[in-house]
Design a protein around this ligand. Structure first.
Ligand SMILES: C[S@@+](CC[C@H](N)C(=O)[O-])C[C@H]1O[C@@H](n2cnc3c(N)ncnc32)[C@H](O)[C@@H]1O
Length: 201
């Protein structure tokens, strides 16, 4: 471990507080409510990066925390994040640059614009929940929120997951019920009831 660049990376990933230091204070303040804890990201990516070359998509990747933590842990897999807020993509890319991680890619856009056949496995941290809650739980006011958007996104994700082939892996953190189609089997709840690992039969 004499490589100093490794030490810089390792420091950022040793706790949520250290990871938060990659971002400005306004983003740090959102951390406990909106970004996956490092320990959860490591457990989830252990399940998703099942073999070298796995392509893993975080649906609603925020400031890139899940992708960067997973990519650091599993350098032989590639972690993709799609995020509707451009500002958050910019923070993710800055953090990626600072940590020197190469096996992650951030895509600005709505997840409904993506071709899901390009990915093997999926991570989902209840991204549409923001449509159901009050202002104090919003990341910002840059996007529209509504019950109909929640229903539309949930239904859309349910349909694309239905079309994925046998062997597809999915990790959900927090809410999950409405997006899981029949045919996905719950195989693990490794940390607590909020983290669930599923495999398409
Ligand atoms: C709870 S945060 C999770 C962030 C990240 N996955 C993590 O675990 O740290 C959910 C993110 O999903 C994004 N999001 C919500 N709806 C989206 C959509 N339709 N397309 C793309 N991103 C979306 C939000 O902007 C927010 O950044």
């Amino acid at each position: 471990m004499n490589d100093p660049s490794f030490k810089i990376q390792a420091n950022h990933f040793c706790s949520d507080q250290h990871f938060d230091n990659l971002y400005p204070r306004s983003i740090q303040q959102l951390s406990s409510k909106h970004w996956t804890p490092i320990g959860v990201a490591v457990l989830a990516s252990e399940f998703l990066a099942e073999r070298p070359g796995s392509r893993i998509l975080d649906i609603g990747s925020g400031i890139g925390k899940f992708c960067l933590a997973g990519a650091r842990q599993y350098p032989d897999s590639h972690f993709y994040g799609v995020e509707q807020r451009k500002r958050l993509i910019q923070f993710a890319e800055k953090a990626q640059k600072r940590t020197g991680i190469e096996n992650a890619t951030f895509i600005h856009g709505n997840f409904t614009q993506l071709d899901f056949t390009l990915f093997d496995h999926f991570y989902f941290y209840n991204s549409f929940y923001e449509n159901l809650v009050d202002e104090e739980f919003h990341i910002d006011e840059s996007t529209d929120y509504s019950l109909s958007l929640y229903e539309y996104y949930t239904h859309y994700l349910f349909n694309v997951l239905t079309e994925r082939p046998s062997g597809t892996r999915l990790v959900t953190y927090h809410g999950f019920r409405e997006v899981i189609p029949p045919g996905y089997r719950l195989v693990e709840s490794p940390q607590n009831i909020l983290l669930r690992c599923w495999i398409r039969e």
